[in-house]
Design a protein around this ligand. Sequence first.
Ligand code: IPT
Length: 269
Amino acid sequence: TTLGLVTTSLALHAPSQVAAAVKRYANAADYQVLIAMIDENVNQSLQDCINELKSQRVDKVIINVPLETADAERIVQENDDILCLFLDVDPFSSVFNVSFNPADGTRASVKYLFEQGHREFALLAGPQHSVSARLRLKSWLETLEGYGLQPVSVIHGNWDAQSGFNGILQMLHETPRFSALLVGNDQMALGVLSALHQRGMAVPGQVSVVGYDDTYESAFFHPALTTVSLDLDLQGKEAVSRILQASEDDHSRSSSILPARLVVRNSTA
Ligand code: IPT
């Protein structure tokens, strides 16, 4: 019958790709999908969205909103009349979730760049309020540390291309010396490529750029983006199948952690 999806901004490519997948797989299982979108990670407004779905008699809700573990646990406790499955929480939290390993793709990208000879790394992370952004940053830092390195610059953007554009300009101003830039998502990397192009800096000649997500458009950036690939279609598929299979019985609610892998294209050398 009907499945709910509460999502963060669909202006962002990754959540919009996930929403499309959720709808497609739910429809294939003869379920409709009602989507409620919230813009900010404010718990009250997440609860408003959940209430909106409940009033339409939805009792299974997929939540693709960045949430701290305590906030996700509170949502579960305060909504025991519905089943919630989370897509953007710490994968090791106790709540029912389908999420991505934040460490495998990040490690692979640092290792790859290190083996290409890079030693001066700059990091353009996602927003502080996103648990996934923080876990990616943590893994970059730990991997660099394993090579005896520290980043020459760390900046946070807000996931969109404009923030990537502004972020790289700020970095170039403050710390002109780095040869490799790890970016928290592809949309910010798009802004980075645009700014570097405007500054006449060659990618990958002067700076190698690695994105994160591998949304459909990333292969068409110029140069084609090297990035950490998340199978967002699979995340939607797994979420739908797990929430539809889960019964009242807690034991049927098994979470899953999906792998992320590095895809090397032309923005790195
Ligand atoms: C995460 C994306 O990697 C990032 O680009 C941004 O779109 C963010 O979502 C929005 O919250 S993917 C998420 C499932 C961790």
